[in-house]
Design a protein around this ligand. Structure first.
Ligand SMILES: *[C@@H]1O[C@H](CO)[C@@H](O)[C@H](O)[C@H]1NC(C)=O
Ligand SMILES: *[C@@H]1O[C@H](CO)[C@@H](O)[C@H](O)[C@H]1NC(C)=O
Ligand SMILES: *[C@@H]1O[C@H](CO)[C@@H](O)[C@H](O)[C@H]1NC(C)=O
Ligand SMILES: *[C@@H]1O[C@H](CO)[C@@H](O)[C@H](O)[C@H]1NC(C)=O
Length: 305
């Protein structure tokens, strides 16, 4: 089959390209900057995801393009402000997808990002809708350099840190159990190492705390998300989403400031759920759901119309 190089080096069948993504111009070749980094900003051709006002509503008929998937709970009623969000998850391996229009480019680049945040799932807050705090880990598969690459752990206090910042002296590997905890005052990341599934009773092997200035945060929502970001140097297009198998955000917790200013801790029950959907990459790219009564948020990697 004749193929055309597109998407930062990804080959797409010309037939699929002609039908699915007529609006895409020819892309520049990706830079070979190492280590690989993603831009933690939405690609420019996509409008930001629609605002789901009133929160806790699950859009059953989601057909819009979305570079972000996962689940978000919103402040509502007496839980009037989100003050913290956390979750533990095993860092997925990034692999080359074998199905869909981005499959099997053995010289290509694929990535996926997993993060937790406050005000970071919908439009953010503030006049420019760009105020949020989140932290996460990006995974990469790069056929030009032997496949799976080291994950990158980052935090982002937008709009100050547009692209996200890394931590000094802290790293994780695919397969490690990590926990991210985000508040308006700090981001904490803990690594519990490989071959463990539950943080309860475990002491972190490594942890890092970054102070954050939470000025201007709304505390309108908390989220556990999978996102398809652009590659550094190529801001206009999401990098093809890696096959990450699936991710399970466990021990999900959101802290609300309650009616009398006491903190109320809840999980993801009733959260708004969304999938990554990008027609150019085959349609629905994640199957996300809230499971076990809100204790977990699970996102599988799929390729579906
Ligand atoms: C990708 O390669 C795998 C393994 O060779 C094969 O099973 C699969 O059908 C290929 N996918 C596509 C879309 O060509
Ligand atoms: C990096 O972390 C190790 C292990 O926790 C510690 O021994 C070392 O002092 C740290 N180095 C710096 C520069 O912080
Ligand atoms: C994790 O388990 C695998 C398979 O049992 C083993 O090969 C590997 O060495 C273990 N890793 C650690 C860090 O214990
Ligand atoms: C909660 O705290 C805010 C600011 O500290 C205060 O203005 C408000 O009256 C408090 N509400 C209650 C119900 O105590």
């Amino acid at each position: 089959m004749k193929t055309t190089t597109l998407f930062a080096g990804i080959s797409l069948a010309t037939t699929a390209m002609a039908t699915a993504i007529p609006m895409f111009p020819t892309l520049p070749v990706r830079s070979n900057t190492r280590p690989i980094r993603l831009l933690h900003t939405a690609p420019k051709p996509y409008s930001s995801p629609p605002l789901f006002q009133g929160a806790r509503i699950f859009s059953q008929a989601q057909t819009e393009e979305s570079t972000i998937g996962g689940a978000a709970v919103a402040a509502a009623g007496s839980d009037h402000k989100v003050t913290s969000v956390s979750a533990a998850f095993v860092v997925p391996h990034a692999r080359m997808p074998t199905t869909g229009p981005t499959a099997n480019n053995s010289a290509g680049m694929y990535a996926a990002s997993f993060h937790v945040g406050i005000d970071s799932f919908n439009a953010g807050c503030g006049a420019d809708k760009n105020r949020f705090i989140r932290a996460g880990v990006d995974v990469f598969w790069d056929g030009a350099v032997d496949g799976e690459q080291n994950p990158w752990v980052w935090y982002q206090s937008s709009p100050t840190d547009e692209d996200g910042l890394g931590f000094t002296n802290f790293s994780v590997a695919a397969g490690d159990l990590v926990r991210f905890s985000v508040t308006g005052a700090e981001v904490k990341v803990e690594n519990f190492g490989a071959n463990v599934t539950c943080v309860k009773g475990l002491k972190a092997k490594q942890s890092v705390v970054q102070k954050i200035d939470g000025e201007g945060l709304c505390g309108g929502e908390a989220a556990w998300a999978v996102e398809d970001f652009p590659l550094a140097g190529l801001p206009n297009f999401p990098v093809p989403l890696a096959d990450f198998g699936g991710v399970v955000f466990k021990e999900v917790e959101v802290g609300f400031e309650g009616g009398s200013n006491e903190t109320v801790s809840k999980n993801a029950e009733g959260a708004e759920v969304r999938d990554v959907r990008l027609a150019a990459q085959g349609g629905r790219l994640t199957a996300c759901e809230v499971i076990e009564g809100g204790k977990k948020v699970k996102c599988d990697r799929v390729v579906e119309e």
